[in-house]
Design a protein around this ligand. Structure first.
Ligand code: GLN
Ligand code: ZN
Length: 771
C-alpha cells in the first residue's frame, strides 16, 4: 500500500476475522479429528492454511495491520485460559499427555470429566467457555499459540498485531471453580495474574510484536468503583513494564462510559473504541475527556455485527471529528468480524440489487481500508467509491423491499389499545377454565418432540428433490400422528403437534415472511464447531399466507384434547436474525409482531384454544448498560402483547423462556400479560417459582421439572418433590407441569420415560390435593 501526505499514519485494521473458511473447512477438520478420521497434523495444517488465507484476504482488501491470535480451534476465551495456565485440575489429569486433547476436553468434556461451562459472549450469539478460578489457582504463562501465530504472519510479510483477552475482562468473565465458595470473586486474583500477562507481553515483544491488543469488552458494562479501580491498576502496572510492546486496549459492543477516563489516563499507547449503535455515545464522551492526546485511537466506525454496507459519508464525518481528538486515528470495524459471515459475494442467488446492500466480513474489511485511504490521501482519492456507496444506500432507502406502504400504514395505525387484551386477567382466567376444563396441575410440553434422523432425512430429501412437497408432507403428517397418539396415551392434558416441519424456530417463520432473506453460505460461529445461518431482516415484514394453521388443524383434527398453536415471538425473531440498521429495532419488532398477530388470530379462528408464543431471547437481548434496559423492555414487551392480544378472553396465551435466572426482567415478564408462562427450573430446584411468587406474579406458571439438557430421566419421586417445592410458591390452581424446554434434541426413549413420570407425578399430587 502506498502512503503519502502528512496524515500517512492512518491505517486500516480489524480486531478479528471469521475462522471457519468459506467451506467451513475448520469445522470439518476438527470434527474429523474428534472422530479419528483426521490426524492432529492434518488438523493443524488445515488451521495454518486457513490463517494464511484470512491474512491474505485482509491484505488483499487493503488492510494494513492484521490481527493474530484471534484464530481459534474452539474459542478465544478458552485459548486465553490456556495461555494463562488457568486449567482446571480435572482437565489436567484427564489427558495430561496431549495439549490438544486437553484443550478439547476443557471445551467438550470426556467420558470422565465435565467440560467448562459455556455461556453467551456479551449480547452476541457467540458462546465462550467460562474460565474456572479459585483462591488456589496458579497462573502460568503459555505464550506458544500467540507467538507461533504472530511468527506465521510476520513470516508471510504482514504487519501484525497479536490480540488477546485483557486481564480485567478475563477475570470478570470467570466464575468460581466447582467446590469454591460462590462468593469468591475472581477479580481478587488480579495481582497474581498481571505478572503472567507481563510474561506473555515480553514473549510477544521478543517474537517481533510492535503492538499488542488487549480486549476489555467487560468494561462497556456497568462497573463498580472497585472494578474500575482494578482496571486502572491493571493498566498502570502493565503500562509501567519496560520490556513490552505498545499496548492497545480495545473495547466494543457499547460505550466505555466511566471506564473511558480510566483508560484515557492509563500509561498505554492506544485505545480502540466502538462508535456504532449503542456505543455512538463514545464520541461525545471522548471529547468530554479531552480526547487521547499522544495516543493511537482505533476508531470502530463500521458496524461489525450487522450485514449491511456502511454509510461511508457518515463514517468519514465521524472520523473527521475524531482526527482532532487523538494523535493518530486508525480505522476499524466496531468489533471482531467473527460475528458476521465471511463473504457476501458467495451469495449468488440473491437479487443483484439487494446483494449490493450487503457487506460481510470481507466487504467490511474493504470498507475499512477504503476509509483509511480516504483519511490518508483525501476523499478525492475515493470519489468514485463514495459515489457508488451513496447510490447503493439511496437504492436501499427507496426500494419497495425496505418501504412497503401497506406495512408502514399498518404499523403507523397501531394504538396503545391494540397491545392490550380487552379483558383483565381474572375474567380471562375464568373464561379459559370454563372452555378448557383442565384438571389441577395440567401437564403439557414446550412444543418440539425429538427431531429424529428420519425427519432430517426427509428435509434433506425435499431440498435435494428426492421427494416432492406431497411426499414430504406425508412424512411430516405421519410424525404428527405418532406424536399426538403418544401424548394421548401418555395422558398429557394440553398437546403439541411436535414441530416436525420446522428446521429451526426462527428460520421456519423467516422463510415464510416477506421481507426476510435467507443466505446460502452466511454461516457464523455459535460455539466450537457449531455454526448457524441467521436469516436477514432485509425489508418491511408482512405475512403473505398463514404459516402454521394447516399443521395446527391437522394435529387438532386427530384429537379431542386441546393442541397448542405454536409460534416464535417477535423479540426472538429479531434476536436470532441479522437486523436492519436503517430503522429502530422497535419498528422492525412492531412489523414482525403485526405479522404474528395475524397468525395468532387465524389460529384462534381455526379452533386453537391455547396458543404459545415463545420468547427465549427476551433476556439475552437486554442492553449491556442498565440505563438502556427500560427502553428496550418497553418495546420488546409491547411487541409481544401486540402479537398476542388480538384474541378472545377464552383463548389462552402461553409463553416460554429457557432460562432460570431472570431476576432483572421480572417486571417485563409480568408486562407480557401472557396467561401462562413456562420456564426452565429443574436445575435451580424451582427457584424461579419463588422469584415469581415473591414479585407477586398473578398468572399461571409452568416451572420445568425435567432438565432436558441432559439425557437423564427424572424419576416420578423427583418430579413430585420439585412440584411440591413449586406448590410452596404457586397455588395449585396456577401451577403447570412441564419439562424445562422443547424436546427436539432428546431421543424418544428418554422422552417417553420422562413424560410418563411427569404425568404420574402430576396425578399423584392431584389425588393428594383432592384428598
Ligand atoms: N417451542 C420450542 C420448542 O419446543 C421452544 C424452543 C426454545 O425455547 N428454545 O422447541
Ligand atoms: Zn426453551
Amino acid at each position: 500500500m502506498t502512503t503519502k501526505s502528512a496524515a500517512a499514519a492512518t491505517r486500516g485494521t480489524v480486531h478479528g476475522y471469521p475462522r471457519q473458511g468459506q467451506g467451513r473447512e475448520l469445522k470439518k477438520a476438527i470434527e474429523g479429528y474428534w472422530k479419528g478420521t483426521v490426524t492432529a497434523e492434518a488438523l493443524q495444517s488445515t488451521a495454518a492454511g486457513l490463517r494464511r488465507e484470512r491474512w491474505q484476504q485482509l491484505a488483499d482488501a487493503g488492510i494494513d495491520e492484521v490481527p493474530t491470535g484471534d484464530f481459534s480451534l474452539y474459542d478465544h476465551v478458552l485459548d486465553t485460559s490456556v495461555a494463562l495456565g488457568a486449567i482446571p485440575a480435572r482437565h489436567r489429569a484427564a489427558v495430561a499427555a496431549d495439549p490438544l486433547d486437553r484443550y478439547f476436553a476443557m471445551a467438550r468434556g470426556t467420558q470422565q470429566v465435565a467440560p467448562l461451562e459455556m455461556t453467551k459472549w456479551f449480547d452476541t450469539n457467540y458462546h465462550y467457555l467460562v474460565p474456572e478460578l479459585g483462591p488456589g489457582t496458579v497462573f502460568a504463562a503459555d505464550s506458544g499459540k500467540q507467538v507461533a501465530e504472530l511468527r506465521e504472519a510476520l513470516a508471510l510479510g504482514h504487519a501484525a498485531r497479536p490480540v488477546l483477552l485483557g486481564p480485567v475482562t478475563f477475570l470478570l468473565l470467570a466464575k468460581p471453580a466447582p467446590g469454591v465458595a460462590a462468593a469468591f470473586q475472581p477479580l481478587t486474583l488480579l495481582d497474581r495474574l498481571l505478572p503472567v500477562y507481563a510474561e506473555l507481553l515480553a514473549d510477544l515483544r521478543a517474537a517481533g510484536a510492535d503492538w499488542v491488543q488487549l480486549d476489555e469488552p467487560a468494561l462497556v458494562q456497568d462497573r463498580t468503583p472497585a472494578e474500575l479501580n482494578a482496571a486502572a491498576r491493571a493498566y498502570r502496572e502493565l503500562g509501567a513494564l519496560t520490556d513490552r510492546p505498545k499496548l492497545l486496549v480495545a473495547s466494543y459492543f457499547d460505550r466505555l462510559g466511566e471506564a473511558l477516563p480510566v483508560l484515557a489516563k492509563a500509561p498505554i499507547e492506544g485505545l480502540a473504541l466502538d462508535f456504532t449503535g449503542p456505543a455512538a455515545g463514545n464520541l461525545a464522551d471522548l471529547a468530554a475527556v479531552g480526547g487521547l492526546p499522544g495516543k493511537r485511537l482505533v476508531a470502530g466506525v463500521i458496524d461489525g455485527r450487522n450485514v449491511w454496507i456502511n454509510d461511508l459519508g457518515k463514517s468519514l464525518a465521524t472520523l473527521a471529528t475524531l482526527l482532532g481528538l487523538a494523535d493518530r486515528v486508525d480505522v476499524a470495524p466496531s468489533c471482531s468480524l467473527l460475528h458476521v459471515p465471511l463473504d457476501a459475494t458467495a451469495e449468488r442467488d440473491l437479487d443483484p440489487q439487494l446483494a449490493r446492500w450487503l457487506a460481510f466480513a470481507r466487504q467490511k474489511a474493504g470498507e475499512t481500508a477504503l476509509l483509511a485511504r480516504a483519511l490518508r490521501e483525501g476523499t478525492g482519492a475515493v470519489t468514485a467509491e463514495l459515489a457508488a456507496n451513496r447510490a447503493d444506500l439511496a437504492s436501499r432507502a427507496a426500494s419497495p423491499i425496505t418501504r412497503d406502504p401497506a406495512v408502514r400504514a399498518r404499523t403507523a395505525a397501531v394504538t396503545e389499545a391494540d397491545g392490550r387484551r380487552p379483558q383483565a386477567y381474572p375474567e380471562r382466567a375464568e373464561a379459559q377454565r370454563a372452555r378448557l376444563g383442565l384438571p389441577l396441575l395440567p401437564t403439557t410440553t414446550i412444543g418440539s418432540f425429538p427431531q429424529t434422523t428420519e425427519l432430517r432425512t426427509a428435509r434433506a430429501d425435499l431440498t435435494a428433490g428426492r421427494i416432492d412437497a406431497t411426499g414430504y408432507r406425508e412424512r411430516i403428517e405421519a410424525e404428527v400422528r405418532e406424536v399426538i397418539a403418544y401424548q394421548e396415551k401418555a395422558g398429557l392434558d394440553v398437546l403439541v403437534h411436535g414441530e416436525p416441519e420446522r428446521n429451526d424456530m426462527v428460520q421456519y417463520f423467516a422463510e415464510q415472511l416477506t421481507g426476510y432473506l435467507a443466505t446460502r453460505h452466511g454461516w457464523v460461529q455459535s460455539y466450537g464447531t457449531r455454526y448457524v445461518r441467521p436469516p436477514v431482516l432485509a425489508g418491511d415484514i408482512s405475512r403473505p399466507h398463514p404459516m402454521t394453521v394447516d399443521w395446527y388443524g391437522y394435529a387438532q383434527g386427530l384429537t379431542d384434547r386441546p393442541v397448542k398453536g405454536m409460534l416464535t415471538g417477535p423479540v426472538t425473531m429479531l434476536a436470532w436474525s441479522f437486523v436492519r440498521d436503517d430503522q429502530p429495532l422497535a419498528e422492525t419488532a412492531r412489523q414482525v409482531a403485526l405479522a404474528l398477530r395475524e397468525e395468532v388470530v387465524d389460529l384462534e379462528a381455526a379452533g386453537a384454544a391455547v396458543i404459545q408464543v415463545d420468547e427465549p431471547a427476551l433476556r439475552e437481548t437486554l442492553p449491556l448498560r442498565a440505563a438502556d434496559r427500560p427502553g428496550y423492555l418497553a418495546w420488546a414487551t409491547e411487541a409481544f402483547r401486540l402479537a398476542t392480544s388480538g384474541v378472545r378472553a377464552d383463548t389462552q396465551i402461553h409463553t416460554h423462556m429457557c432460562y432460570a435466572e431472570f431476576g432483572d426482567i421480572l417486571t417485563a415478564i409480568d408486562e407480557l400479560d401472557a396467561d401462562v408462562i413456562s420456564l426452565e427450573a429443574a436445575r435451580s430446584h424451582m427457584e424461579v417459582a419463588d422469584e415469581l411468587a415473591g414479585a407477586g406474579y398473578p398468572r399461571e406458571v409452568g416451572p420445568g421439572v425435567w432438565d432436558i439438557h441432559s439425557p437423564r430421566v427424572p424419576s416420578t419421586e423427583e418430579a413430585v418433590e420439585l412440584l411440591r417445592a413449586g406448590l410452596l410458591a404457586i397455588p395449585a390452581e396456577r401451577l403447570w407441569v412441564n419439562p424445562d424446554c422443547g424436546l427436539k434434541t432428546r431421543g424418544w426413549t428418554e422422552t417417553r420415560a420422562s413424560l410418563e413420570n411427569l404425568v404420574t407425578a402430576a396425578r399423584r399430587l392431584r389425588s393428594e390435593l383432592a384428598g
